[in-house]
Design a protein around this ligand. Sequence first.
Ligand SMILES: NC(=O)c1ccc[n+]([C@@H]2O[C@H](COP(=O)([O-])OP(=O)(O)OC[C@H]3O[C@@H](n4cnc5c(N)ncnc54)[C@H](OP(=O)(O)O)[C@@H]3O)[C@@H](O)[C@H]2O)c1
Length: 344
Amino acid sequence: MGFKVAVVGATGNVGREMLNILEERGFPVSEVVALASRRSQGTEVSFGDKTLKVKALEGYDFSDTDIAVMSAGGNISKEWSPRIGKQGCVVIDNSSAFRYDPDVPLIVPEVNPDAIEGFSRKNIIANPNCSTAQLVVALKPLHDVATIKRIVVATYQSVSGAGKEGMDELFTQTRAVFVADPVEAKKFTKRIAFNVIPHIDVFMEDGSTKEEWKMVAETKKMLDPKIKLTATCVRVPVFIGHSEAVNVEFEKPITADEARDILREAPGCLVIDKHEDGGYITPIESAGEDATYISRIREDSTLDNGLNMWIVSDNLRKGAALNAVQIAELLVERGLIQPKKKAA
Ligand SMILES: NC(=O)c1ccc[n+]([C@@H]2O[C@H](COP(=O)([O-])OP(=O)(O)OC[C@H]3O[C@@H](n4cnc5c(N)ncnc54)[C@H](OP(=O)(O)O)[C@@H]3O)[C@@H](O)[C@H]2O)c1
């Protein structure tokens, strides 16, 4: 059994990782099609040891495609995902366009796999924001045991979260600093090289940013609507890997030792927490890895049932491409999708 899979945005950061992960995990494909804008038509991307010629999304007919993984931005998704879904192709969307639509499941397979059952209403399944994905993977097993009341999180988000232009800007600015060229900021609002910027996505009326709002809305949708969350999202000069300093208040008592034991057994989690120099994870070590890493787990003595922790993951993998492929695997495992073309 093999599925025809289209990767939309195949030349981008997430799209390229998507092709890698489909291949690495041996997702059952009969054909993989790489799609991007007209600008990239005819360029080549790798899929395992094969080379795929990129086709233009515009005018592409999805009627014989089984799964389309969208990572070409919110506007492209808004325009294309409903059309693709109506052609009987299941869309797994990496953008924020449909995450808050009650008719679209928002899924992290380790957290709320059963919510996938409603996907056929629009034939669209949403992938969460990169910062939310790693947060809920680490917090769900603790919520199941001790019930989370409130989360305070500060993020340290890498520039790859802002696409390939974000990575290019960090590289170009860093080089400019070393050769004493003028430093220009285009993608980010201020210089990112040797700096941090407390602003991701647009500002909301209450002074928070859309990135911060997304963490609130998505955690409630996937984990529990009763959880209170407040976030400060910060861009840092790291190429790959988002980090989060997290303070959690629980309803029931839970010690740091108990949390470590729970997280050691939890799907998708890897605890690295030695109380010694270097006994914790940093984003550079998470790049290219699938796990959500948890370090610095400790009790917060200012709260009755409080824990602090440090959560790190590769934003292009668990934060986007890996989670999308895991969603596709869930569809197959549960028999929710059949290939349109039967094998000859
Ligand atoms: N980066 C992350 O950590 C992350 C995490 C979660 C979700 N996401 C979401 O994933 C999406 C892609 O992010 P990214 O980081 O991969 O961005 P990126 O590196 O800038 O790549 C954007 C991709 O979209 C394609 N594209 C742009 N305009 C298009 C059009 N008119 N028609 C078809 N394709 C078009 C680009 O193709 P060309 O090369 O032809 O321009 C490229 O393949 C965004 O919605 C983002 O919010 C990203």
